[in-house]
Design a protein around this ligand. Sequence first.
Ligand SMILES: NC(=O)c1ccc[n+]([C@@H]2O[C@H](COP(=O)([O-])OP(=O)(O)OC[C@H]3O[C@@H](n4cnc5c(N)ncnc54)[C@H](O)[C@@H]3O)[C@@H](O)[C@H]2O)c1
Length: 365
Amino acid sequence: MNVLITGGAGFIGSHTADLLKKKGYKIKIMDDLSPPVHNGEWPDYVQGKGYELIKGSVTDKKQLIEAMKGVDYIIHLAAYQDQMPDFSRFFMVNTVSLSLIFEIILEYKLSVKKIVYSSSQFVYGDGIYISEDGQEFFPELRSEEQLKNKGWEVTDIKGRSAKFVPFRENQKINPTNSYGLSKMASEAMALRLGRTYNIPVSILRYSIVQGARQSPRNIYSGALRIFVTQALAGKPITVTEDGNQLRDFVNVEDVARANILMIESSKTDFEIFNVGGGKGYSIKEFAIMVKEITKSDSEILIDGRFRRTDTRNAVSDIFKLKSIGWLPINTPEKSIKDYVNWIKEEGFDVEKIVENIDRGHRRLV
Ligand SMILES: NC(=O)c1ccc[n+]([C@@H]2O[C@H](COP(=O)([O-])OP(=O)(O)OC[C@H]3O[C@@H](n4cnc5c(N)ncnc54)[C@H](O)[C@@H]3O)[C@@H](O)[C@H]2O)c1
């Protein structure tokens, strides 16, 4: 069976390719190798493994037609991920690319058996909260003024405290930025076009994915990259808000298994699944884990900095995916260790990365 992985030179794609190879699949990777994740060259970890490597963009129809020929399954991972105000680019790369995939299947009568679309926990936004009097509500983004006054918690319209509810696949989605909006549009498109033209699709909403090969150059790659590089550079580990915001972390090898389950189980056709670690950690707890694993002397600095469109809590309920036999096997500690080892082996200049993180954060919206 032939599998095309778009964005396969990236973090999740390359781990998915390695696992597919072990299982005997033939793999094509399409990637534009663009900065900041890449420097135009194929990374070592996809070379010499027998993968067919196609340098091209998922936004270019001609290149995509070539990549899609003779393919049984498509795992669509290529994406623009950031928090910048170039709003249209998110839709061009993340959404228009998916519409091209459907268009090409119909136009060239390709016998693609399934499309797996990589969505994100980000589509939930702040999700659902329950107020003190038991009312469920979908909070609006916390205002800049609230955040400047260190009002970190989500409150109901009367300003009273409220309880966060872990995200379930069937709840209303409410993304807080263009990245999440582009994923939301793609999900809707995948389900509609998939059903109309009888092309099975599965949608995976990953939580924060962690492990080796997560590009330290990608501004968007989150707490693991930021904390590990700061810890290794001996710089303060900078935690946003008060550090009590919750997140769930899932290891990339577990995510690769989830991707493959989508192409191997017809029970997943036209379904959406959360793919998460199953447990919420506070960001402060996670910073402490990184500090311990890296044996760093860095202080953990919690000085009230914040990012305008961050959600307060983001933890996914993974009951649905567990009910079809998937479990997150690897711990966040393993992900941190794998990432630290990889950063050291590759010889990244951690001081420079930390400088870029500081510069990058000043550009975020
Ligand atoms: N890593 C996470 O925590 C996470 C969480 C939720 C969702 N996701 C989603 O999973 C997918 C994979 O993410 P990742 O973490 O592996 O990111 P990544 O940046 O490591 O990989 C994405 C790959 O896509 C490629 N790409 C970007 N634009 C392209 C284009 N126009 N044409 C061809 N290739 C292009 C990049 O060069 C990169 O190799 C993305 O769709 C992302 O939105 C990731």
